[in-house]
Ligand binder design. Structure first.
Ligand code: ADP
Ligand code: ADP
Length: 233
C-alpha cells in the first residue's frame, strides 16, 4: 500500500462570517522512500497541507490514510500518538530547547515514546553521529552554529525511525553554504531509505527532490517527476 494516501481533502477555516477554503479537494499518493517537494506561492495552502500531512490538524472533508491508518477523523490524543510515531519534523526555526544539550534535545521524542533511558542515550548518540555531530553532543543550541543546530533538529527528527520526515523551509534561516550542507544531509537520509517531504518556496531547494508538487489556490496545479535532481554538491 501507499505510505500516504490522500483523497479529496478539503480544509476550510471559518473566520468570522467568512469561510476560507485553504484546500479545495487534494488527491495525493506518496510511497515509501520518495523525496517530494511541495511548492506554491504564499497562501496556496502549503502550511495547511503540511499540518494535515504531519497530523497536526485534520481535514474538514476527505480521507488521509497514513501507513494503513485512517487519520482523517481521529481525536487530538490519538493524532498526537500517531504523530510521535510516524512523523519526524524539521522546522525553519530549529525549535530546539535552549537549556538542553544536543543529546537531550535528540532524546526528547524517545521519552514521549517510552524508550528506557539507556536505550535513549544509545539511540540519540547514533542519530547525532549520523548527522556528523559526534563531537557536539554536550553542546547547547547557543554553543552551535545555525547549520549544527539544524543537524541536531534532523537527528531529533530521525531518532524515532519515523515513516516520514516532514521539513518546512529547513534552510530558510541558513546562509547559502550551510543550506548546501543541510541539503546534502537530506540526500544522505533519502539514500538511507527514508521518505522526505520538503515544503519550500525556493526553486533551488526543491530541485533536490525527485518529485515536485505545486499548489495553487488550494489545489494541486502540477505533480511531476524531477528529471534532473540536484545531487550531492
Ligand atoms: P501557504 O503556507 O502556502 O502560505 P496557508 O496554508 O498558510 O498557505 O494558507 C492557505 C489559505 O488559508 C490562506 O488564504 C490563509 O490565509 C488561510 N489560512 C491558513 N491558516 C488559517 C487559519 N488558521 N485561519 C484562517 N485562515 C487560514
Ligand atoms: P511557520 O512556517 O508558520 O513559521 P512553523 O514552521 O514553526 O511555522 O510551524 C508549522 C506548524 O507546526 C504550526 O502549525 C506550528 O504550530 C506547528 N509546530 C511548530 N513547532 C512544533 C513542534 N515542536 N511540535 C509540534 N508542532 C509544532
Amino acid at each position: 500500500h501507499n505510505l500516504i494516501s490522500i483523497s479529496n481533502i478539503k480544509k476550510y477555516y471559518q473566520v468570522g462570517s467568512v469561510v476560507v477554503k485553504a484546500l479545495k479537494g487534494v488527491d495525493l499518493k506518496i510511497n515509501k522512500n520518495e523525496y517530494v517537494a511541495i511548492m506554491g506561492p504564499s497562501g496556496s495552502g502549503k502550511s495547511t497541507l503540511m499540518n494535515i500531512l504531519g497530523c497536526l490538524d485534520t481535514p474538514t472533508d476527505g480521507t488521509y490514510i497514513l501507513n494503513g491508518t485512517d487519520v482523517s477523523k481521529l481525536t487530538d490524543d490519538r493524532l498526537a500518538e500517531i504523530r510521535n510515531k510516524e512523523i519526524g519534523f524539521v522546522f525553519q526555526t530549529f525549535n530546539l530547547l535552549p537549556r538542553y544539550t544536543a543529546l537531550d534535545n535528540v532524546m526528547l521524542p524517545l521519552i514521549y515514546a517510552g524508550v528506557p533511558k539507556h536505550e535513549r542515550i544509545e539511540m540519540a548518540k547514533r542519530a547525532l553521529e549520523n548527522v556528523g555531530l559526534a563531537d557536539r553532543m554536550e553542546h547547547k543550541p547557543n554553543e552551535l552554529s545555525g547549520g549544527q543546530r539544524q543537524r541536531v533538529a534532523v537527528a531529533r527528527a530521525l531518532v524515532n525511525s519515523p515513516s516520514i520526515i516532514l521539513a518546512d523551509e529547513p534552510t530558510g534561516n541558513l546562509d547559502s553554504k550551510t543550506s548546501v550542507d543541510i541539503m546534502n544531509l537530506f540526500e544522505d537520509i533519502y539514500e538511507q531509505g527514508n521518505t522526505i517531504i520538503l515544503v519550500t518556496h525556493e526553486e533551488d531547494i526543491a530541485r533536490h527532490a525527485r518529485r515536485i508538487i505545486r499548489l495553487l489556490d488550494g489545489m494541486i496545479e502540477s505533480d511531476e517527476i524531477n528529471p534532473n535532481p540536484t545531487l550531492h554538491q
